[in-house]
Each structure stands twice: as structure tokens, then as C-alpha cells.
Design a protein around this ligand. Structure first.
Ligand code: SAM
Ligand code: SF4
Length: 313
């Protein structure tokens, strides 16, 4: 079947990121406020609506689906969504981004559902710093979750870290050694002006240039051409299995071959990671419970308004 999602700049969209909940068991200081108000249940897509959307998108040529949140693994009955998605044979890659807190209970289910790649966020190896950054997270649970996922054996497990100046930036080498010891890749994500934060981002943000400089003073890095279709650039650490990814959302380099869109848990289809251009799919899903055509048409039409690049600067 030919792909039908081609935008006004001739980019083919074959990757969607679906947020299945706004809720989370952590309150990371760069992402959420301490006293978050979450959406009423009726304002969030049901699991059936999410799988219906997944079917519509794969009909339109999407091959890769990343499940994210909030924390996806705290959504009630999330197992049933993965079970349903596992039956959709048009999905070539089903992936997950998680804070790792529930992996000890969920890793086997994810493997069974055909999840191949998992990104696990890990900002600190120091229990106090971890608690300061996540406000409520328990480091041991996450480390146990990572080790358990490694034992279960996924195709790829990658760690994601947001470095914040004077908070966890002193752990850059410890985190890298943790990844090396387990043969994992590790991406450092530049802090983005997304979500709520109680810090002054100009003060806390650590640039990728700085990270690269520090790492190359301590590790033997080699630039690679490795690509995952996202905004990361990768350096391998010689004599290890570990690659370091540097994700700079401020760079526009990746916009020209952007292949992705994202769907919020409210059913908003955002046409860019860093812009608010969107269409609303929830009203259509609810107005036409037995007819996918109006939803397909809306998605195809939305390709005309996908922005050329983000405006995160
Ligand atoms: N709860 C899951 C987790 O933490 O991995 C999935 C959702 S979380 C929003 C996805 C990723 O976005 C995490 O790696 C997190 O560190 C990152 N993130 C959240 N807020 C961010 C921000 N303001 N700037 C950069 N990265 C951020
Ligand atoms: Fe939750 Fe992930 Fe946001 Fe942290 S980054 S508060 S774990 S959604």
C-alpha cells in the first residue's frame, strides 16, 4: 500500500508518538509543577479510541508508533492497549518512553506485546538528587526496573537524561559509566521550554556543546552516522557498546527530514514537536464512532499545515 501522509514540503509521515495519559507518578522539576491538576477522565482518549487511531494511522502508512505520556505505564489497563496494538501487523516498530518506575511489573507484558525498543529516563544515580528532580520518584525502583528489562531482553534499551546545571550535571560521568557497564546507549536531552518548571531555564540548561566537551575529555568518542530518525546525533565510545546521543531540539537540522507527528492524550494531533499547530481528533472520533473516513480525511488535510520547522528558540 502506498503511503498517504505526505506534507506540503514533501516529507513522508510514518511515525507517530501517542501520549496515552497526562498523569504521572513523578513530578520532574523540568516537566510538571508540584501540584499538577490532571484532566478529567472524559477529556482523555479512551484506550479503544487510541487503538482506533493507531489503526487509522497505520492505514495511512504509519509504521512506527511510540507510546508515551505522562507516564504511560501508570494508565489503568495499559496492558490491554499493548495487547491490541500487538495485533496490528502494520506496525513495524512499537516503542515506549517510560520513567521506569513500573518496569518491574510491566516489562514481561511489553515484551509479549512485541515492544522492541524502550527509552528509559534516568536523571540521577544519587537517591537524593533523583528525589529532588522527580520530587516523588524512588531511584531503587527505577534501577531495578532497568535491570529487569535488561534480563527480559529487549532489542534496544536506551537511557535519556536531562542535565541541569548545579543539580545533576556533576553526574555526567557516573551516568555514562552506568550506561557503559550495561551496554546501553545514553542520550542527553537539552532542556526544552515545554511543560511546567520551577527553575529558570537560562540558568539550569546545559548545552550539548558543553556536554560533548566534557565527555570527550574523559572518554574516547567517535562521531557516528547512526540515525534513529529523530533529532539525536550519536557518538560511540571506543571499546564499549555504548553510543552517546545528543538531542538538541534547538537545532533545525532535523526538521527538513521530519517524519513525525504527535497525538496528545486529549486527541489533539500536533503537527510538530515544538509548535502548537494542531487539529482536534477527539470530536471526530466521538461524532463518527462507526465511520473512520472523516477522521482519515482530517488527518490527510492536516498535512497541508504541518510547519516547515519548529519554533523552540
Ligand atoms: N514519563 C515518561 C518519561 O519520563 O520518560 C515519558 C514522558 S516524558 C515527557 C518523555 C521524555 O521527555 C523524558 O525523557 C523526559 O526527561 C523528557 N522531558 C520532559 N520535559 C522536558 C523538558 N522540559 N525538556 C527536555 N526534556 C523533557
Ligand atoms: Fe512524569 Fe516523564 Fe514528566 Fe517526569 S518527565 S514528570 S516522569 S512525564
Amino acid at each position: 500500500m502506498t503511503t498517504k501522509l505526505i506534507d506540503q514540503f514533501n516529507r513522508t509521515i510514518n511515525y507517530i508518538r501517542i501520549s496515552v495519559t497526562d498523569r504521572c507518578d513523578f513530578r520532574c522539576i523540568y516537566c510538571m509543577s508540584e501540584k499538577m491538576k490532571f484532566l478529567p477522565r472524559d477529556d482523555v482518549l479512551t484506550l479503544e479510541e487510541i487503538s482506533r487511531l493507531a489503526n487509522i494511522f497505520t492505514f495511512l502508512g504509519v509504521k512506527k508508533i511510540r507510546i508515551t505520556g505522562g507516564e504511560p505505564l501508570v494508565r489503568k489497563n495499559i496492558d490491554s492497549l499493548f495487547h491490541t496494538l500487538s495485533k496490528n501487523k502494520s506496525i513495524e516498530e512499537l516503542t515506549l518512553t517510560t520513567n521506569g518506575s513500573q518496569l518491574i511489573h510491566k516489562a514481561a507484558m511489553l515484551k509479549e506485546a512485541g515492544v522492541k525498543r524502550i527509552n528509559i529516563s534516568l536523571d540521577s544515580l544519587n537517591p537524593l538528587t533523583f528525589n529532588k528532580m522527580t520530587r516523588v520518584g524512588n531511584l531503587d525502583e527505577v534501577i531495578n526496573g532497568i535491570n529487569h528489562a535488561l534480563n527480559i531482553g529487549f532489542e534496544k534499551i536506551k537511557l535519556n537524561t536531562v542535565l541541569m546545571r548545579n543539580i545533576n550535571d556533576s553526574e555526567i560521568f557516573d551516568l555514562t559509566n552506568f550506561a557503559i557497564k550495561r551496554g546501553l546507549d545514553l542520550s542527553f536531552i537539552e532542556e526544552m521550554p515545554l511543560g511546567a518548571t520551577s527553575y529558570e531555564r537560562k540558568i539550569t540548561s546545559v548545552s550539548n556543546d558543553e556536554i560533548l566537551k566534557k565527555l570527550s575529555e574523559n572518554f574516547d568518542l567517535e562521531k557516528t552516522i547512526y540515525k534513529t530518525g529523530g533529532p539525536a546525533k550519536y557518538w560511540s565510545i571506543r571499546n564499549t557498546k555504548t553510543k552517546i546521543g545528543l538531542i538538541s531540539p534547538h537545532s533545525h537540522n532535523f526538521c527538513s527530514d521530519c517524519n513525525r507527528i504527535r497525538i496528545s492524550c486529549k486527541g489533539e494531533l500536533f503537527l510538530c514537536l515544538g509548535q502548537e499547530t494542531k487539529i482536534e481528533l477527539m470530536p471526530l472520533l466521538r461524532l463518527f464512532p462507526n465511520n473512520d473516513d472523516p477522521i482519515k480525511d482530517a488527518i490527510i488535510n492536516s498535512m497541508k499545515i504541518k510547519p516547515k520547522s519548529h519554533e523552540l528558540d
